[in-house]
Design a protein around this ligand. Structure first.
Ligand SMILES: NC(=O)c1ccc[n+]([C@@H]2O[C@H](COP(=O)([O-])OP(=O)(O)OC[C@H]3O[C@@H](n4cnc5c(N)ncnc54)[C@H](OP(=O)(O)O)[C@@H]3O)[C@@H](O)[C@H]2O)c1
Length: 336
């Protein structure tokens, strides 16, 4: 059997085309409105620069205004949090992402930073509130981009997810954990493996759908895969390659040439999960912009007069007198 390649590049192009149409229709209805994404970067890691360039280009293709908020390595945690508060409060910004890992000269708490992004603008889906929603099956917040991309790719194979045995290798906050939760809510039976899991290859062989996100170049061999399985490889690992101008090439966490001999569908690296992550970020940004526009346009007339009335709680002594009186009246009524 030779597996079908699941082209993330093709699927992400289709998603982008749909977003282009959505943004242009929004613009026709509201000419002064544009979805806007803020990409916050601390420092200047070269890999982050590459990812940010990809996001900026995708935003431009779709018609999303993307702002690259570049902050210095010596920014303090408090200054970074204050900058995020400004972006949270700006009505012109609809989506905010903080490019990880932070390239800071201080020990900034990444968790505190992702939680400082308003859950209403958290288009990366990494705020604890949005993570909790996904964990409990509430998809009304924002779904993290790489996991959403993985699920979309599985769905595009046409292989039903419900009832299948899924094995996820990796339990990170950004990929392994949320993808396992999403697939659980797609009604699969999910096993999550990590660095302490024993007999890994025996477990992977039980998977009808195998999702790998471990950051170990080509660790998953063909012999680890169940014949006919769907294999989603999230890994992006540079390995030395003297034939390339850059001196390296990218490989996944799965040995692709072996996997295509066994699986029914496999994602390649590059052009598999990678472009889907960017497409899902753009999808979340347009979704966030639409939600904020809807909130802005929602009729407020019945609430406005109420909002204008200054409501002050009564003093405690009045409340006590009221409670005492009510008690007396109720007691007297019961007697007579
Ligand atoms: N395509 C994209 O857009 C995209 C996005 C994000 C990440 N990635 C790629 O996906 C890969 C994983 O990223 P990540 O951020 O999830 O990595 P991570 O935070 O380093 O997490 C790696 C996970 O793999 C587990 N693991 C590591 N070595 C293992 C082993 N030998 N056997 C079993 N489990 C092992 C770890 O287990 P413990 O929890 O026990 O340590 C951890 O849960 C990387 O190659 C990354 O570049 C791609």
């Amino acid at each position: 059997m030779v597996a079908q390649k699941i082209s993330g590049a093709e699927v992400s192009r289709a998603i982008e085309d749909d977003l282009v149409a959505q943004v242009s229709s929004l613009r026709q209805q509201h000419p002064s409105f544009s979805p806007r994404l803020a990409i916050v970067q601390v420092g200047g890691r070269e890999d982050s620069n590459v990812y940010i360039r990809m996001k900026l280009r995708a935003a431009e293709r779709i018609g999303i205004q993307a702002e690259h908020v570049k902050l210095p390595r010596d920014i303090t945690e408090n200054e970074l949090l204050a900058r995020l508060t400004e972006l949270n409060e700006s009505p012109a910004v609809h989506g905010i992402i903080v490019q990880m890992p932070l390239d800071s000269q201080f020990d900034i708490d990444g968790h505190k930073v992702t939680d400082a992004v308003s859950p209403h603008k958290d288009v990366d889906g990494l705020n604890t509130i949005n993570e909790g929603r996904v964990a409990t099956g509430d998809m009304g917040g924002f779904i993290p981009c790489t996991p959403a991309g993985c699920v979309e790719l599985i769905k595009r194979t046409g292989v039903p997810i419900a009832g299948k045995n899924v094995v996820v290798l990796g339990r990170s906050k950004i990929v392994g954990t949320p993808v396992s939760e999403l697939l659980k809510w797609e009604h699969a039976t999910v096993t999550v493996c990590h660095s302490k899991t024993r007999n890994l290859s025996e477990i992977t062989k039980t998977a009808d759908i195998l999702v790998v996100a471990i950051g170990r170049p080509e660790m998953v061999r063909g012999s680890w895969i169940k014949p006919g399985a769907v294999v989603i490889d999230c890994g992006i690992n540079p390995i030395p390659d003297a034939t390339k101008k850059t001196g390296h090439r990218l490989v996944g966490d799965v040995a692709y040439s072996e996997a295509i001999e066994v699986a029914s569908h496999v994602t390649p690296v590059p052009n598999g999960v990678g472009p889907m992550t960017v497409a899902m970020l753009m999808k979340n940004t347009v979704l966030s912009a639409r939600r904020q526009l809807e909130r802005l346009l929602a009729p407020k007339w019945p609430l406005t007069p109420l909002r204008l009335v200054p409501v002050k709680p009564p003093p405690r002594y009045l409340l006590k007198i009221f409670c005492l009186n009510t008690y007396c009246v109720v007691t007297l009524c019961t007697w007579f």
